[in-house]
Write a protein that binds this ligand. Structure first.
Ligand SMILES: C[S@@+](CC[C@H](N)C(=O)[O-])C[C@H]1O[C@@H](n2cnc3c(N)ncnc32)[C@H](O)[C@@H]1O
Ligand code: SF4
Length: 148
């Protein structure tokens, strides 16, 4: 391992979150996230998948593999279900998709935009895009175009 590789590995270890804590069975969203969310809370959805991994990139990402995205979407749905009672009270003021390359998963993007609208999304919505994924961008951008 070269010095650069070692420095990159250390950087990744420093910025990559540890394994997420599994919600305790029966835990309420209030206990998991605090009693209330502030009105206009900002939503950030991380989509940690890329077709290829760039060596310079320190962000939390893995190569997209069959089945992995489905498992991620399943976990995300559970997270949204857990948060739903709080989000219904605190209408989201912004929605941001970061990555990774969120436009690789247009189904996920469309679904989450729909859920955020159910919760009364108002304000800004944004997504990180990769210049090499024009088709997926088109679908994602159309979903953004449907926002009021
Ligand atoms: C995390 S990427 C997400 C979007 C998409 N995957 C892409 O590569 O364009 C967002 C931006 O971060 C930049 N980036 C990645 N690693 C970086 C680094 N070490 N320093 C500065 N910018 C970086 C990328 O070039 C890209 O423009
Ligand atoms: S997030 Fe973007 S910059 Fe980072 S590995 Fe993926 S494609 Fe490369």
């Amino acid at each position: 391992m070269t010095l650069v590789d070692r420095a990159l590995a250390e950087l990744r270890a420093a910025v990559t979150p540890r394994q997420p804590v599994e919600p305790v069975k029966g835990m309420t969203p209030e206990a998991a996230y605090g009693t209330v969310l502030p009105d206009g809370v900002g939503l950030y959805v991380h989509v940690p998948f890329c077709e290829t991994l760039c060596r310079f990139c320190p962000y939390n990402k893995v190569r997209l593999e069959a089945g992995l995205a489905d498992r991620y979407l399943h976990a995300l749905r559970r997270e949204v279900a857990l948060l739903a009672p709080l989000l219904q009270k605190a209408r989201p003021g912004s929605l941001y998709f970061g990555g990774g390359t969120p436009t690789l998963l247009p189904d996920l993007v469309e679904e989450i935009i729909g859920r955020a609208q159910d919760f009364g999304l108002h304000g800004e919505a944004a997504i990180e895009v990769h210049p090499c994924h024009a088709m997926q961008h088109r679908r994602c951008l159309r979903a953004f175009g449907r926002l009021a």
